[in-house]
Design a binder for this molecule. Structure first.
Ligand code: SAM
Ligand code: SF4
Ligand code: F3S
Length: 456
C-alpha cells in the first residue's frame, strides 16, 4: 500500500500523538504527523477527540514501560471517537524492542510500528481500520525513507533536522544501539538542501540531530564530515544552529574550529560526560578518561570563550563508590555546567551492565543524586551570573506560563529568558522574532530583563 491508496481509509480521521523520550522521538512524531496530514487526517487537541491515538515510546529507563501500559489502558475509558472506531498505535523504541510481545501486555493496541517502520504507519493504521485486526511492523528497513518524508513541525521558527540515525557506541548501560540500529548518515547534500528549504520557509533556528553527530558521515563517506557540514549549513542563511548529541571521544579539533568560525553556530555545547571517574567511564565503555574530558573542555573554552556547556550524568552505575561519585561532583564543579540532565542508573535487560551485580542500597544512590542536583544548581546559577547586565538576543518561543504579558525565549547560550512584552505588542507579534533583552536578574534556571529595541 502506498500513501495514495491509504488516503481513502484515513481521510478526515483525527489523530493525537503523545511523545516520550529524546529529540529523535520528537522528530519521528513530526514525521508521523506529516504523513497522516498528507493522508488527509487532522490533528486532535486531546486523545478523547481522536480516532487515532499514537504513543511514541522510549525505553532508555525502566519507568517508561509501566507508564505506557497505563496510558494504553486509559484509552479504554475514553468516549467513542468521531468515526466510531479508535485505533491505538504504539511506535518508538518500546515498539521496536518488544514488537509483537507488546500485544500481550496491552490488549487494546491495534498497531505496533518500530523505529524503522515510520514510513509505513499510514498503511498499518489504514489496515487496522479496515479489518479491525492487529498489525505489527518492526523489520529493519535499510533505507532512510522516513527521514525524507513530509513533516509537520510544531513551530514555524525552529526545526529538528536529523543528520543520522542509530548509534555504534554501545555504552555498556544503554539500550539505544539495540533499538535504533547502527549509525546511518543522510547524504551531505540532502541535509544542506533541507536546511536551505527550511530557511526559505521562514525557519530561523535548526537543531541537527544524531546520537553522536561528531561521527556524521563516517558510515557513508569513510570519514566524519561533521565540521564540514556545520560550515556548509552555516552558509545557507540559517541564523541559529544547534546540535545534539556530541560524544566527547569523537569531538575533533576541526569541529571546534568550525563551531568557532561559523557565526550561526550557537555558543552552547551539550557534551555528555556520564561520570567523572575514569574507572567508571571505562566500565561504561565511554572510551575517554576524566582527564581527556577536562582537556577537551579547556580546548573548547580556549576557542569559544564563554560557551555554555551542558551534560548528561548517570548516578549509581553498578559498582560506583562514594569516591567515584565524588569525582563526578568535582568534575561538575570544575566544568561549571550551565545545565545537566541527571539520571539514576536504570538496569536495561540485554545491555552488558545489566549483568553487573551491585549491592549499593537505593537510598545511598538517591542521596548522591540529590547532592549532584544541588551542585548543578550552584554551577547553573554561577553560569547565569555571567549574563547579568548584558544584552542578549532572544528568540521568542511564546508567553511565560505564569504571566501572559511576559515573553519567554532562548538566548544564544540556550538560557531561558523572560521579559515583559513591550506596550502595544502582543505575544503573537513576537513568536519567532528575535528581541534584545537587557538582563537585570540572573537566577538558576532563567534570566529576566527588559526588551531593548525593536523585534526583528
Ligand atoms: N547519545 C547521547 C550521548 O551519548 O550523549 C545520549 C542519548 S541517551 C538517549 C540520553 C541519556 O540517557 C544518556 O546520555 C544517559 O545519560 C542516559 N541513559 C542512557 N541509558 C541509561 C540507563 N540505562 N540508565 C540511566 N540513564 C541512562
Ligand atoms: Fe547510548 Fe552511548 Fe549511543 Fe549515547 S552514545 S545513544 S549513551 S550507546
Ligand atoms: Fe528513548 Fe529511544 Fe530516544 S530509547 S531516549 S526515545 S532513542
Amino acid at each position: 500500500m502506498d500513501m495514495m491508496s491509504v488516503r481513502p481509509a484515513l481521510s478526515g480521521k483525527t489523530y493525537f500523538i503523545r511523545t516520550f523520550g529524546c529529540q529523535m522521538n520528537l522528530h519521528d512524531s513530526e514525521r508521523v504527523a506529516g504523513l497522516l496530514d498528507a493522508c488527509g487526517c487532522l490533528e486532535a487537541a486531546d486523545p478523547a477527540g481522536a480516532d487515532i491515538v499514537i504513543f511514541m515510546t522510549c525505553c532508555v529507563r525502566e519507568a517508561a514501560d509501566q507508564r505506557l501500559y497505563g496510558q494504553c489502558n486509559s484509552c479504554k475509558s475514553l468516549p467513542a471517537p468521531p468515526s466510531g472506531t479508535r485505533v491505538v498505535a504504539v511506535g518508538g523504541c518500546i515498539a521496536q524492542r518488544d514488537g509483537e510481545g507488546l500485544l500481550t501486555n496491552v490488549d487494546n493496541v491495534n498497531v505496533i510500528f518500530g523505529t524503522h517502520a515510520i514510513a509505513h504507519v499510514g498503511e498499518l493504521i489504514a489496515q487496522a481500520f479496515e479489518d479491525g485486526g492487529r498489525h505489527v511492523s518492526i523489520a529493519e528497513d535499510e533505507s532512510l525513507a522516513a527521514v525524507s518524508m513530509p513533516w509537520h513541525r510544531e513551530t514555524v521558527y525552529h526545526a529538528w533536522v536529523p543528520i543520522m540515525t542509530g548509534c555504534n557506541n554501545f555504552c555498556s548501560y544503554c539500550i539505544v544501539p539495540y533499538v535504533r540500529g547502527r549509525e546511518k548518515s543522510r547524504p551531505f547534500e540532502e541535509v544542506v538542501d533541507e536546511v536551505s528549504a527550511l530557511v526559505r520557509s521562514g525557519v530561523r533556528e535548526i537543531t541537527l540531530l544524531g546520537q553522536n553527530v561528531n561521527s556524521y558521515g563516517r558510515d557513508r563517506y569513510g570519514a566524519p564530515r561533521f565540521a564540514e557540514l556545520l560550515r556548509k549549513v552555516g552558509e545557507t542563511g540559517i541564523e541559529r544552529i544547534r546540535f545534539t548529541s556530541s560524544h566527547p571521544k569523537d569531538l575533533l579539533p576541526e569541529t571546534i574550529d568550525a563551531m568557532a568560525e561559523t557565526p550561526a553556530v550557537m555558543p552552547h555545547l551539550h557534551l555528555a560526560v556520564q561520570s567523572g571517574s575514569t574507572r567508571i567511564l571505562k566500565e561504561m565503555n565511554r572510551r575517554y578518561t576524566r582527564e581527556d574530558y577536562l582537556d577537551l573542555v579547556r580546548r573548547v573554552r580556549d576557542r569559544i570563550p564563554g560557551i555554555a556547556l551542558t551534560t548528561d550524568i548517570i548516578v549509581g552505575f553498578p559498582g560506583e563508590t562514594e569516591e567515584d561519585f565524588e569525582e563526578t561532583l568535582s568534575l561538575a564543579r570544575e566544568v561549571g555546567y550551565a545545565q545537566a540532565f541527571t539520571f539514576i542508573y536504570s538496569r536495561r535487560e540485554g545491555t552488558p551492565a545489566a549483568a553487573i551485580v551491585d549491592p549499593t542500597p537505593h537510598e545511598v544512590i538517591q542521596e548522591r543524586f540529590d547532592r549532584l542536583v544541588k551542585v548543578i544548581e550552584d554551577t547553573a546559577y554561577e553560569f547565569n551570573q555571567g549574563e547579568l547586565h548584558a544584552t542578549v538576543p532572544v528568540l521568542v518561543e511564546g508567553a511565560s506560563k505564569k504571566n501572559t504579558r511576559v515573553l519567554q525565549g532562548k538566548s544564544p547560550k540556550n538560557q531561558t529568558v523572560h521579559a515583559p512584552i513591550p506596550e502595544g505588542l502582543n505575544i503573537e507579534d513576537l513568536i519567532g522574532k528575535i528581541v534584545d533583552v537587557r538582563v537585570d536578574t540572573a537566577r538558576t534556571w532563567y534570566l529576566s530583563g527588559t526588551v531593548a529595541g525593536d523585534p526583528r
